[in-house]
Design a protein around this ligand. Structure first.
Ligand SMILES: Cc1cc2nc3c(=O)[nH]c(=O)nc-3n(C[C@H](O)[C@H](O)[C@H](O)COP(=O)(O)O)c2cc1C
Length: 232
């Protein structure tokens, strides 16, 4: 089986059958999510795992009554930082330097460059930037689930403010971004299961470009290498 075969097999499951997925498959999917790359390696998001049926019932109410929420085995809630602060970034960088046996100062110059950029961009941009990173982890989880023959429905259709209240995220520095029920399809009751998978034709999706197609009329900044701010 190849990754492409697994991605063909998967679909946004509309009806799940309530069966539990084995712990090792859940662990595998979560590990794929944890191994995702993120901007500056900050992992500015986390995953909350929910299988408590009473809580899932409540979440379904803030997710447009989507049945996968209560018929899944486990619900993954991706939650990202609501903004960047010196303290948050320092904590991550210090942890990475400790793990690598390097002095904390190694990343000081780099940290200042990204903090200046983030501060200039404002809190809304920061939350959005962190949320984007969580989607990379989310995509890894979707691919890993497909590889494990576990069904998953990517879900953005929920009231994030309400979910944050339900999960006591308010004031935690995290906001929910996207959710992923994991489980098994109930094929007989799922209108989507046998539908053709449709994607934009390759000819429209992929564009190859050369200098001949690009603009030469751009005022380019002086070269700046972010790596030069890391003490080596
Ligand atoms: C970020 C995101 C949010 C989505 N939100 C929902 C949702 O709330 N409910 C749902 O049933 N499907 C949702 N989908 C599933 C898409 O509709 C589906 O992935 C798309 O139509 C492609 O079909 P496929 O995943 O079955 O190949 C979402 C997908 C993504 C990537």
């Amino acid at each position: 089986m190849s990754l492409l075969t697994d991605l063909e097999w998967r679909y946004a499951t509309k009806k799940m059958n309530g069966k539990k997925i084995p712990q090792e498959k859940l662990d595998y999917i979560l590990e794929a999510a944890r191994l995702a790359p993120s901007s500056s390696g900050l992992q500015q998001y986390k995953v909350i795992v929910i299988s408590d049926s009473a809580l899932l019932e409540r979440i379904r109410l803030v997710a447009y009554d989507q049945s996968q929420i209560t018929d899944c085995s486990h619900l993954l809630v991706f939650a990202a930082w609501d903004g960047y602060t010196d303290e948050r970034i320092s904590n991550v960088f210090n942890y990475i330097m400790d793990e690598r046996g390097l002095p904390h100062e190694t990343m000081d110059g780099y940290k200042q460059v990204i903090l200046d950029l983030y501060e200039r961009s404002g809190q809304e941009w920061q939350a959005h930037h962190a949320a984007k990173q969580s989607y990379i982890s989310f995509a890894m989880a979707i691919a890993a689930a497909a590889e494990q023959k576990v069904d998953a429905t990517p879900i953005e259709g929920f009231l994030s403010e309400k979910l944050d209240e339900l999960l006591n995220l308010k004031g935690s520095g995290y906001k929910s971004t996207v959710i992923l029920p994991l489980g098994y399809r109930e094929s007989e009751q799922d209108w989507l299961v046998n539908m053709k998978k449709v994607r934009t034709p390759k000819s429209m999706f992929i564009t190859e470009m050369t200098m001949a197609d690009a603009s030469t009329d751009v005022d380019l900044p002086a070269p700046m290498n972010l790596d030069s701010f890391v003490q080596k």
